[in-house]
Design a protein around this ligand. Structure first.
Ligand SMILES: *[C@@H]1O[C@H](CO)[C@@H](O)[C@H](O)[C@H]1NC(C)=O
Ligand SMILES: *[C@@H]1O[C@H](CO)[C@@H](O)[C@H](O)[C@H]1NC(C)=O
Ligand SMILES: *[C@@H]1O[C@H](CO)[C@@H](O)[C@H](O)[C@H]1NC(C)=O
Ligand SMILES: *[C@@H]1O[C@H](CO)[C@@H](O)[C@H](O)[C@H]1NC(C)=O
Ligand SMILES: *[C@@H]1O[C@H](CO)[C@@H](O)[C@H](O)[C@H]1NC(C)=O
Ligand SMILES: *[C@@H]1O[C@H](CO)[C@@H](O)[C@H](O)[C@H]1NC(C)=O
Ligand SMILES: *[C@@H]1O[C@H](CO)[C@@H](O)[C@H](O)[C@H]1NC(C)=O
Ligand SMILES: *[C@@H]1O[C@H](CO)[C@@H](O)[C@H](O)[C@H]1NC(C)=O
Ligand SMILES: *[C@@H]1O[C@H](CO)[C@@H](O)[C@H](O)[C@H]1NC(C)=O
Length: 378
């Protein structure tokens, strides 16, 4: 069944680094290849200057850029207070009271699109945060609909809101359109920052690396088509600190500390890799799939098998109902005590359904687990 859904599939990237044991093989096989994106665009909206952020990346002001097209009207404004957010890109915004389109010259192919929002009152001229409701679309894909950065930030407890999408662009321009919601009447759209980074074809079924993921709870699989758009819900570094965009393998992804997603008190034990182990990537897995910092920490249930049978180690990720979710789990055995096949064996459930029965972590190097799973929430 071909899905012609024009709404994005919500994509959840859960990263569970569990297993261990890559021996010190020759250091040459410890690949260090980062992805080199052909497009790496950072736009500081509402600014006429180029600014360097605290992580060293340069954001280009959109005021004198050629990314804004035609006669679309917009206003630049500044937030009434800085709060706890970084200066760049949040201290300027471009505000839209009618539909507005940015056009980015890009090569065809999949791109990460990241949108940065600071919900705040804006001044010169004045806009009230609670009036902002808007949609964002790329070609036929509606990325956000009647979106309120204020309500989104309030519900997640965050001062700023970042939304990440993956869209395959088929022409040589990526057109990103902001439009105020038709109601309330005072609705306006705004954006503080836009990031576009080319990405490899690592979601699409039929790409060399990955098989079609099984649809959890059924015997079928669920293909990710070339024209499927995805939204990232969560990307977690299990058992470790947040991995920031400059520390990612060239794709500028953020891998969040997983501890706030752990459900209930049974949080297992976290640990780093044994220092004498070198993480290696099998030939079939591109090393940009995740950085070694991500594979170098893990969370396990602990060493007592009797105790382990009595509980589940569970992550809870809030999602919207009615979408398909891609769940991708990464495993690497990083505990040198687990040196034999079947020493570490476990089941994986997603929403109470069996996704993988008695997975064994037999990998001598990073094992790309076949569990690339979808589940439907209804
Ligand atoms: C990869 O190599 C570059 C340059 O040699 C270095 O700066 C970077 O830290 C290395 N990355 C990893 C993940 O080892
Ligand atoms: C900002 O950077 C862009 C791209 O590197 C460059 O074309 C432009 O001249 C710069 N603008 C200013 C004001 O420095
Ligand atoms: C727009 O800017 C890009 C990057 O600076 C440049 O490659 C392109 O030629 C510019 N296009 C026009 C029409 O000025
Ligand atoms: C994007 O879609 C086109 C077809 O529209 C396809 O030829 C191309 O391979 C796709 N690219 C990626 C990276 O999926
Ligand atoms: C924004 O302005 C409105 C109207 O003046 C006010 O009620 C609200 O408290 C302000 N919000 C913040 C975060 O200051
Ligand atoms: C957008 O959401 C707000 C708040 O829930 C609601 O008041 C408004 O009517 C909605 N607008 C549209 C066009 O659905
Ligand atoms: C790695 O070091 C640990 C102790 O830190 C030790 O138990 C283990 O045998 C070592 N493994 C190898 C392969 O040398
Ligand atoms: C899983 O099953 C338990 C017990 O039947 C139930 O309380 C819980 O809501 C279920 N969770 C999900 C996500 O369906
Ligand atoms: C773990 O979760 C699965 C699926 O929800 C459930 O069937 C099982 O009873 C749970 N095990 C324990 C020990 O709670």
């Amino acid at each position: 069944m071909k899905t012609h859904t024009r709404n994005p599939i919500r994509l959840s990237l859960l990263l569970l680094v569990v297993t261990a044991m890559s021996t010190l093989i020759d250091p040459i096989s410890a690949q260090n290849s980062t992805y080199n994106p052909s497009e790496n665009i950072l736009v500081n909206c509402g600014s006429s200057d180029n600014s360097t952020a605290s992580d060293g990346r340069t954001w280009v002001g959109d005021a004198n850029s050629n990314y804004t097209v035609g006669a679309d009207k917009s206003i630049t404004a500044t937030p009434s207070s800085q709060g706890s957010v970084p200066q760049v890109p949040y201290m300027t915004a471009r505000i839209f009271q009618t539909q507005f389109t940015y056009a980015f010259p890009v090569s065809p192919g999949r791109k990460f699109i990241r949108l940065y929002f600071y919900p705040s009152n804006y001044t010169n001229p004045n806009f009230v945060d609670s009036d902002s409701f808007f949609s964002v679309s790329v070609g036929p894909f509606i990325l956000l609909s009647n979106f309120s950065a204020l309500l989104t930030g309030q519900s997640s407890g965050q001062s700023s809101v970042v939304r990440e999408f993956s869209v395959n662009v088929s022409s040589n321009a990526l057109k990103l359109t902001f439009a105020p919601a038709p109601a309330p009447k005072s609705a306006f759209a705004f954006v503080n920052g836009i990031e576009i980074v080319s990405m490899p074809n690592f979601f699409d079924s039929g790409s060399d690396t990955f098989n079609q993921p099984p649809l959890v709870g059924t015997t079928s699989t669920f293909p990710v088509e070339q024209d499927t758009a995805l939204q990232t819900v969560a990307r977690l570094n299990v058992g470790g600190n947040t991995v920031t965009p400059p520390k990612d393998s060239g794709l500028y992804r953020t891998w969040e500390d997983d501890s706030q997603y752990i459900f209930a008190a049974a949080s297992g034990v976290t640990y780093p890799k044994d220092p004498n182990l070198t993480i290696t990537y099998p030939a079939s897995v591109p090393s940009y799939i995740a950085p070694t910092d991500v594979y170098g920490t893990a969370r396990s249930m602990g060493p007592n098998p009797q105790l382990n049978l009595k509980f589940n180690l569970t992550w809870t990720v809030p999602v919207d109902a009615g979408f398909y979710y891609l769940v991708r789990l990464h495993f690497c055995e990083i505990d040198s005590k687990v040196a034999q096949i079947n020493m570490r064996v476990f089941d994986i459930f997603i929403n109470n359904q069996t996704a993988e029965k008695t997975s064994t972590c037999s990998c001598k190097t990073i094992e790309w687990d076949s569990a690339c799973l979808y589940t439907r929430t209804t």
